[in-house]
Design a binder for this molecule. Sequence first.
Ligand SMILES: [Zn+2]
Length: 214
Amino acid sequence: MSIASGLLRSALDLLLPRQCLGCGANGTYLCERCADRAERPRPELPPESGPLSGVLAPFAYTGVAREAARRLKYRGARALAPDMARPMTRELALAAAPPFALAPAPLHPKRLRERGYNQAELLARETARALNAPLLRAAIKRVRDTPPQVSMANLAERSANMRGAFAPAQPVDGGTVIVVDDVATSGATLTAAAQALREAGASRVYGLAFARDE
Ligand SMILES: [Zn+2]
């Protein structure tokens, strides 16, 4: 992405009126009432699968949650991140006892250049700040660019698509790590990221997403 388009995107970001995507209320992109009414994911917590001890998410990928996730990912609406991280923070605080660190699911450098930011990192940073938890920005890296998960037919394909997509990059000091993504589709991305975090030294890894699409 060129500097000019990055600046343009930042300008559009600033112009986005701070109004609830659900009801239009002023002062927030996602008001408490719409967050309370938004659909919850099902099942709430999937059974432990391999390196991932569970996935937390405040919302199902539908309605206002889907709208927010799409704007953050595809329309450069970085300003949404703090309001989206608030319900994630609540979800995590209810489910997991500190100490833990947070790590965003990394984008491949090529995608990062295209988009200019990693939406998962924005959410992880806000959540870590709110909980006063360390943010592990570079514990793992994306070593393989993969076709979008949405183009995959089923869980087996998605898992195969993600296998080996991440690798450990910096040692993690044992303990629990929360790997953060914007949307968890099958859990395949979070599972692959969790595997790399375990290889980096994490003793336990949970996933945290803004919304779960299943
Ligand atoms: Zn609202």
